[in-house]
Ligand binder design. Structure first.
Ligand SMILES: [Zn+2]
Length: 318
């Protein structure tokens, strides 16, 4: 089977390898769609965050596929089931940038996807799950005014998650026209901070108080500082992005403000929640898919994924 190896920063190899053989607790999934995550882009570019993994490596954890082989102890899956999550590439298995992926301990790690959810939607379930998790503790309600910084796949997933919670007042800040257009279509006020005064717009929309909740999904020093400057006295701030460089930020900002700051993860079974919202058509994750490529075009796919001006979510369709 074909698999994509990140050999070194910006250097990919497409290799022919044996299809993995599932052990008694494992399942083999034929990958039908797999998404390039922001974290994969970091690994591809070799940023400080990306280099916390060792080259050469395979990667890819956002996928959906079809169960083709099942270990004898596996109880929850049958051949032909659609499934997602559970890749273990950091533990030395191949990831989802491959034609097939082996999921160890599948009963614990793999999730069943109902057939009314397409493979493309299924591949977007992971970032959407991250967004649902990131919403749990700052807990935006329909009364809250929400600011989302960055409209990549995570920012847009947060936008969908907020809409599913009934949040009415959402401002999304994004410099890419392409991504801003998608955000607008999903439904929000989309601001170009390079051309408009974001601070003024947020303050006007919130009676001079600042947003109740901010989601930092862009990963720049400017957006990190905006998340604090543009939230109100008791603002809740969710930091989801990874940073290409350590951002300039004064910790005093936290000590002096009355704000609460959260990381993206929280306990609770959100994968099922994500699957349900997609299956019920309450969210349309295909809205954020801008490109699909075969594995053979991996280099082009990654280059496109690096370019926020032209892409949102880039998927492989092996
Ligand atoms: Zn991801």
């Amino acid at each position: 089977m074909k698999t994509v190896i990140i050999n070194a920063p910006r250097e990919l190899l497409i290799k022919d390898v044996d299809i993995p053989k599932p052990g008694p607790d494992d399942v083999l999934v034929r990958v039908r769609a797999s998404g390039i995550c922001g974290s994969d882009v970091h690994r591809y570019l070799g940023t400080a965050f990306g280099r916390t993994w060792k080259y050469p490596m395979n990667s890819g954890h956002e996928y959906c596929g079809e169960v083709v082989e099942i270990g004898k102890n596996v109880k929850r899956f049958r051949e032909g089931d659609h499934a997602t999550l559970g890749v273990a590439w950091p533990q030395g298995y191949l990831g989802a940038f491959s034609e097939y992926v082996l999921i160890p301990n599948a009963d614990e790690r793999l999730y069943q996807v109902p057939k009314e959810v397409s493979f493309i939607e299924g591949a977007c379930l992971e970032p959407f799950t991250v967004a649902l998790q990131a919403c749990r503790r700052p807990n935006p309600t329909s009364e809250d005014k929400v600011l989302i910084l960055g409209a990549g796949a995570i920012g847009l997933s947060v936008l969908w998650a907020c809409k599913a919670r009934g949040v009415q007042n959402i401002i999304v800040s994004e410099i890419s026209d392409k991504r801003r257009g998608v955000a607008e279509q999903i439904g929000c006020r989309a601001v170009n901070p390079a051309a408009e005064d974001l601070a003024e717009i947020v303050m006007d929309a919130t009676g001079g108080q600042g947003a109740d909740v901010a989601f930092e999904c862009a990963g720049t020093g400017a957006t990190l500082n905006q998340a604090f400057a543009l939230t109100n006295r008791w603002g809740r701030i969710s930091l989801i992005a990874h940073y290409r460089q350590e951002p300039p930020f004064s910790v005093e900002t936290i000590a002096r403000g009355g704000k609460s700051v959260y990381g993206p993860f929280s306990p609770g079974p959100t994968v099922e929640e994500a699957i349900q919202l997609v299956a019920e058509k309450k969210v349309d994750l295909t809205s954020m898919v801008s490109h699909t490529f075969p594995l053979e075009k991996a280099q082009q796919a990654f280059e496109v994924a690096c370019d926020a001006a032209q892409s949102v979510k880039v998927l492989f369709v092996p």
